[in-house]
Design a binder for this molecule. Structure first.
Ligand code: ADP
Length: 458
């Protein structure tokens, strides 16, 4: 009210001045008239000044209010100051709200889930880019569109229409071969928060795990059934000594088969569950290949020509038993699948880029092109009965691939039906040493050179 006092004082002063001036006029009521005139003049001046200042402030308010409000003293000054301050305060609050909203949206944008907001009529209010990707939406163009016009997957539409949102629904998309898990939560008055998650990978690995368990069960059940049959036979039938021995041999074979399967499963589990082999443990290849050669000779029992390289001095940084398991799986396969009289050649070479290649070449039946990409899948067999008859578990190449990858390398398979196969275990240069000692060409073991080379050349 500090602005009111000067106005009252000025008016009173004008009245006094008007009254004093009236004393100079020779009329009875001149003093009163002078005082009233002074009062009217001051009030009029104040009204004119207020109108001018009021319009100035109104002009500023009608404009963008970017500059300062008109600066005056008194009533209009205080009014302008308070209005401007309240506007600036609101602007700051709105800016803070906008910043908070931007941060909030950025956080939702970074969410690993798709997030979409629907209004009470199921029209899209907002969605993050992941939700847009999941439902093939355009966040700008599709705003305010009913979601069911754009996402027509029957499972999703039925879920939304049923209105029971206690559990998520799985929504397959045959076009993109993707599977989404969608969960809706209602809030406010019928508005909905739609959370979506791409579960394609999870479903795939769940499927793989289910297949794996089914395969393992199947592989174990077969020898188990045979064993049970033999046990029943022995328990119920009087067998001659010869028959008894034959049945025992067959039972031992089935038990061995189960044993081999369990051993391979354990190797795979160990490969998956242990850290990658460090690159500071050097394994000499020669003794490793000697061990493989002993096993291969026993398995082949003289039916094949086996060629192993001379000592190359080559060493590989890695896990000795894993490398042994990988190479002996490749050589074992070559022996098992190559018909009698065939040749199996093992070689160690260093490529121009420094990578080491341990190759197992055979003169076996070869493998048709369409099978090659699937050979390293667990339990994948080209010829199931041939594999089982020769003691295969269907896990050998899966183990080799794992070992190669754990050593930073890869398994390369080249094969053609009727022309044999080459399985190459390629190891990176950083895991090799002693390559200088490598002879230019791989030397076959003494006494086997000519036969092997001619067989491989043919
Ligand atoms: P298995 O225990 O059945 O041999 P692997 O994983 O070692 O399982 O091999 C997968 C399949 O690849 C085999 O069943 C066989 O059909 C094929 N295979 C592997 N090595 C050879 C080879 N040297 N020659 C022909 N076929 C092969």
């Amino acid at each position: 009210m500090t602005w009111l006092l000067p106005r009252i004082l000025t008016t009173l002063l004008a009245m006094v001045v008007g009254g004093v001036a009236g004393t100079f006029v020779q009329r009875r009521d001149a003093v009163v008239l002078g005082a009233m005139l002074g009062c009217a003049l001051v009030l009029g001046a104040i009204a004119v000044r207020d109108t001018v200042r009021g319009y100035g402030l109104l002009g500023w308010l009608r404009g963008s209010q970017e500059g300062e409000a008109p600066r005056h003293v008194g009533l209009w000054g205080e009014l302008a100051y308070r209005i401007e301050r309240s506007i600036r305060l609101r602007e700051q609050q709105a800016q803070a709200e906008r910043n908070r909203l931007t941060q909030f949206l950025a956080a939702i944008e970074a969410s690993p889930n798709g997030v979409m907001l629907l209004d009470a009529g199921d029209q899209i209010e907002w969605c993050n880019s992941l939700a847009a990707d999941h439902f093939s939406l355009d966040p700008q163009r599709d705003r305010r569109q009913p979601i069911t016009n754009l996402v027509r997957a029957p499972a999703f539409v039925a879920y939304l229409q049923a209105g029971r949102f206690d559990e998520a629904v799985e929504v397959p998309d045959p076009r993109s071969k993707r599977e989404l898990s969608v969960l809706v939560r209602e809030y406010d008055e019928g508005q909905k928060l739609v959370l979506s998650q791409d579960i394609t990978e999870r479903e795939r690995s769940d499927g793989m795990r289910r297949d794996f368990v089914a395969n393992v069960s199947h592989e174990i059940r077969t020898p188990l059934t045979v064993l049970s049959g033999f046990i029943e036979t022995m328990a119920n039938l009087p067998l001659t000594e010869v028959e008894r021995k034959r049945v025992l041999v067959l039972m031992a074979q089935q038990a061995d088969r189960m044993g081999t399967l369990v051993a391979d499963l354990l190797i795979l589990a160990q490969l998956e569950g242990s850290p990658r082999p460090t690159a500071d443990r050097w394994v000499a290849l020669k003794p490793l290949l000697d061990r493989v050669a002993v096993d291969a000779k026993a398995l082949s029992a003289g039916r094949h020509t086996l060629v192993f390289p001379a000592d190359t001095g080559l060493q590989v940084a890695g896990a000795q038993e894993e490398l042994f398991s990988a190479i002996s799986n490749l050589v074992g396969n070559a022996v098992r699948y190559t018909p009698d009289g065939g040749t199996i050649k093992v070689s160690c070479d260093v490529q121009a880029d420094g990578a080491g290649v341990i190759a197992v070449t055979d003169t076996g039946p070869g493998i048709a092109r369409e099978h090659l990409p699937r050979l390293t899948e667990r339990f994948y067999r080209v010829d199931g009965s041939r594999s089982r008859d020769t003691g295969g578990t269907g896990l050998g190449l899966a183990i080799v691939k794992h070992v190669a990858q754990r050593h930073g390398g890869e398994l390369d398979i080249q094969s053609e039906v009727g022309k044999g196969s080459v399985f190459r275990l390629v190891l990176p240069a950083v895991r090799l040493r002693g390559a200088a000692a490598l002879p230019a060409a791989t030397l076959p073991a003494a006494g086997q050179t000519a036969a092997a080379d001619s067989a491989l050349a043919s």
